[in-house]
Design a protein around this ligand. Structure first.
Ligand SMILES: Cc1ncc(COP(=O)(O)O)c(C=O)c1O
Length: 469
């Protein structure tokens, strides 16, 4: 009887959200937000509520306030950024994650949450063919994954130089130099700042026209630096999708005793596809890898993985232990040993569910399909006068420039963005890269197949004809 009362008090709001969620995911909603910041503030805003209100009405109000500010990254046609679409099975598992309300801090808080992560971690290492003994932290995304990996790197290179980071922190430590590509993703610089590295400790290595770090320059620069060293390479450049020359870079890192980290927010997933795996040649020789679950694997936000070859260094950097956080001999792994948080969401359930629903083969098909679509689009657009595909399309990214002798190319890219977005069927954004304004095309949403891409190619051609005249 008591249980019935509890059920009635929580169920209507949940039922309303679930019912709405199913409808929302099946509707063709606008891809871009339709309300301005001011309008959204007005819908969400107002004074602090003095009195509570009915929960179902709150959910109805949340829906009407949020909807005009929602962006369509769960739908095909969204090409603006490398963002995943929260696959239905991932959302279902994520709903359960909320319903169960588990705290994935330590094993005993939620043996199920800890075990789902432990098992999913093993599956990830297997599918991505990374060292099976590596440790995996389930974090909020690639930025935090990079932070975790680089924290492990910092402790380890200092330990090798005879400095005890745990005891002395950064006080009196030898200067560490971190080598990043001059075109590294901004999140790596942010993670380094969180870890106590300023711009004077970061050496920016020149890169080629695809954003790939030049190994010769790296070697020269490392030769000139004293003290412990960390190298940050990239698998899947944010604009071009390019991969660094990992074998070469790993050789250099070895010569200088450096820790090699790879930011592979989305590029790592090429390893799941047999015919694309060669793009990542030598990547498995690194010491750590940061990647996203919420991009290509379509895990609902937030999901990222910090993968470290040296589990001890990983654990030393992140460990949270205290006597009240009980551990017993038969316990499984404690999630908090491998991430920056103690109490947190049980991120492993959705990852486990998606990997189980796709299987190794399904993951490969997902990535393969997007890369094939990107190549098809590149071939199609490459034939159109005035459009240049600026990158070598090896993954899922295209960057386009537009040229017409009467008009400014930067303005043309923006005009194309506006015109392409106008009918609401697609959503693009431009980015400044190599000093030019370029239209980015990221192909990562589930359902973006070759047929959809052929239609898109025809649309870009049609719109280009109107924009250039
Ligand atoms: C190459 C690369 N590294 C890191 C990140 C940061 O990932 P997140 O936004 O999941 O923290 C991104 C995001 O787009 C990226 O493309």
């Amino acid at each position: 009887m008591k249980q019935d009362v509890i059920k009635l008090s929580v169920a209507p709001a949940m039922a309303r959200a679930a019912e709405y969620g199913l409808i929302w995911r099946n509707q063709m909603r606008p891809l871009d937000a339709t309300a301005s910041a001011e309008e959204l503030r007005a819908s969400f805003g107002g004074r602090v509520p003095e009195n509570g209100m009915n929960e179902t009405d709150v959910i109805a109000d949340l829906i009407s306030a949020a909807e005009p500010g929602l962006v369509g990254n769960t739908r095909p046609g969204f090409h603006a950024w490398v963002m995943g679409g929260s696959s239905p099975v991932g959302v279902a598992a994520d709903w359960l994650t909320s319903v169960w309300g588990q705290n994935a801090g330590i094993y005993q808080c939620s043996p199920a949450a800890a075990t789902a992560e432990e098992v999913a971690a093993g599956w990830l290492l297997d599918i991505l063919d990374l060292p099976r003994e590596a440790s995996v932290g389930f974090v909020t995304g690639a930025t935090m994954a990079g932070f975790v990996c680089l924290a492990a790197a910092r402790g380890e290179v200092l330990a090798r130089a005879g400095h005890d980071f745990d005891a002395d922190g950064l006080y009196g430590c030898p200067k560490i130099t971190v080598f990043v590509s001059e075109d590294t993703h901004i999140s790596n610089l942010t993670a380094l700042r969180y870890l106590g590295f300023g711009t004077r400790q970061i050496a920016k290595v020149p890169c080629d026209d695809q954003g790939r770090m030049r190994p010769g320059a790296l070697s020269d620069m490392m030769r000139c630096a004293d003290g412990p060293k960390i190298v940050v390479a990239t698998a899947g450049h944010i604009n071009s999708g390019a991969f660094d020359a990992f074998d070469h870079i790993a050789d250099i890192a070895k010569v200088f005793g450096a820790w090699l980290h790879v930011d592979c927010a989305f590029g790592l997933w090429a390893r799941a596809v047999p015919e694309l795996k060669a793009l990542t040649q030598g990547l498995d020789r690194a010491d750590s890898w940061s990647t996203d679950g919420h991009k290509w694997l379509q895990v609902p936000y937030d999901s990222g993985f910090a993968i470290v070859r040296h589990a001890d260094a990983h654990r030393r950097a992140m460990d949270i232990s205290a006597s009240y956080l009980s551990e017993a001999p038969g316990d499984g792994r404690n999630p908090t040993h491998f991430g920056p948080e103690l109490s947190r969401r049980a991120r492993g359930f959705a990852v486990w569910a998606i990997l189980k629903s796709l299987g190794r083969d399904g993951v490969a098909q997902l990535i393969r399909g997007h890369c094939a679509a990107a190549r098809t689009l590149a071939e199609r657009l490459g034939e159109i006068d005035g459009i240049t595909v600026e990158n070598e399309v090896s993954l899922n990214q295209l960057v386009l420039t537009f040229e017409d002798r009467r008009q400014d190319p930067d303005a043309l890219a923006t005009d194309m963005e506006t015109a392409l977005n106008e009918d609401g069927a697609h959503f693009f954004r431009t980015s400044r890269w190599q000093g030019r304004n370029m239209l980015r095309v990221s192909i990562i949403e589930d359902g973006t197949d070759t047929a959809a891409i052929e239609k898109l190619g025809a649309k870009i051609e049609r719109i280009w004809r109107t924009v250039r005249h």
